[in-house]
Design a protein around this ligand. Structure first.
Ligand code: SAM
Length: 377
């Protein structure tokens, strides 16, 4: 029998101790908060969505941010208990929390594990002090390394994030840093190229000419090196920026890439849900004060038509090495010109189509935006 389709819950905790100059997520400077109020509103939202998704068991729960390791433990606990009560978890659920190296006391990790968290994602960003200063981080390399070790002592599943393609970072320097990262033996790594997001402090610095971002060649060489080194270490890429040992892929993030259902609660959180054959895009009120005031009434909910769904499905799915399923009756084929452009991409070696599975090749993933443009225009 086919296992039921996965469904996950994403909880956005919007506060950070410091705003990183590269980050354009929905984040706010940390402040004293009323835990009871947050518990009330998050629980009310979870109840709202649970009533609309009966008979489902959660396969994953993800606390992201922001910096959810700053959230009071009572909030984390209450959300996990509410999920248990409202949906129940499928066997072996994945419960992840993003954590900063500054909140990495053993006792805190143990408390999270006791609450039910079974996977820890650390925002390491770099193992080099000068890079951490450049990235505006509030920790040094030594504390990042200590945090990785503490996490690995407490959780059987850990992952950490690194940002590469930094200005002035040489290929040799990236090789050494990644070697060191792989030597920790984590089952999962997220390796992000530094992107300059509009409106961030980095965008202002670049437009003021204070420094120049990495050029295309540096990005491509460092991306290729990451593919080779992670594969050789037994953590091949399964998504553009994500690498995992067998059995260690992020089940929650796979929901996004495979375009399955997920519920998003917390300020600005997005969700995608199929209810009564309609594909719904949901978004919670962005500012924490609005979110707390409005709760479930503050969501915008929009039904996506087939064209919009196709854009999302391919944009997410082609990030995966496993690609995306295209059935013969797929809306994709409704447009003949699109099929012709698909065939041209196959001839150019940028995508493959085997038994209804569309995949970007290694070359195709390097120019994924151009491939998507051809498939979706
Ligand atoms: C929402 S952040 C939260 C992580 C955690 N709060 C922290 O600060 O370490 C998730 C990850 O996205 C990555 N990220 C965010 N903005 C980025 C950018 N402009 N370029 C590259 N990576 C970025 C970082 O690696 C970060 O750890």
């Amino acid at each position: 029998m086919k296992p039921p389709a996965p469904i996950g819950v994403y909880v956005h905790w919007p506060y950070c101790a410091r705003i990183c100059p590269y980050c354009d997520f929905n984040i706010y400077k940390n402040k004293a908060i009323d835990a009871a109020r947050w518990i009330d509103v998050l629980t009310r939202d979870l109840e709202y969505w649970a009533a609309r998704t009966p008979d489902r068991r959660l396969t994953s729960l993800y606390f992201g941010g922001g910096t959810p390791s700053l959230a009071p433990l009572s909030v984390i606990n209450a959300v996990i208990r509410a999920c248990e009560r409202l949906w129940g978890f499928a066997p072996d659920p994945e419960i992840t929390i993003e954590t900063n190296p500054t909140d990495a006391e053993q006792s805190h990790f143990e408390a999270l594990a006791n609450a039910g968290v079974n996977r820890l994602s650390l925002g390491v960003q770099s193992l080099r002090d000068d890079a951490l200063t450049f990235l505006g981080r509030n920790h040094d390399a030594a504390s990042a390394k200590r945090a990785i070790r503490t996490a690995q002592r407490t959780f059987s599943r850990t992952t950490f994030d690194l940002i590469y393609a930094r200005p002035g970072q040489t290929l040799d320097a990236w090789r050494e840093e990644l070697r060191e990262a792989l030597d920790f033996g984590a089952g999962h790594l997220s390796l992000y190229q530094l992107t300059i997001e509009p409106g961030t402090a980095f965008a202002k610095a670049v437009s003021a000419g204070r420094w120049t971002p990495a050029d295309e060649d540096q990005c491509a060489d460092q991306f290729d090196l990451a593919q080779e080194m992670t594969a050789a270490a037994g953590l091949p890429a399964y998504e553009i920026s994500n690498h995992a040992a067998p059995g260690e892929r992020s089940q929650h993030n796979l929901i996004y890439w495979n375009y399955h259902d997920y519920i998003g609660v917390g300020p600005g959180a997005h969700g995608r849900l199929t209810i009564d054959r309609r594909r719904l895009a949901t978004e919670a009120a962005k500012a924490p004060a609005d979110y707390l005031a409005g709760g479930a009434d503050g969501y915008t909910i929009e039904a996506l038509d087939e064209a919009a769904q196709l854009v999302e499905r391919l944009t997410m799915g082609l990030r995966l090495t496993d690609g995306v399923t295209l059935y013969a009756d797929d809306y994709f084929y409704a447009d003949e010109a699109r099929t012709e452009r698909l065939n041209a991409l196959i001839t150019d070696g940028l995508v493959t189509l085997d038994c209804g599975r569309l995949r970007a090749t290694a070359n195709g993933r390097r120019v994924l935006n151009a491939v998507l443009y051809e498939l979706l225009r």
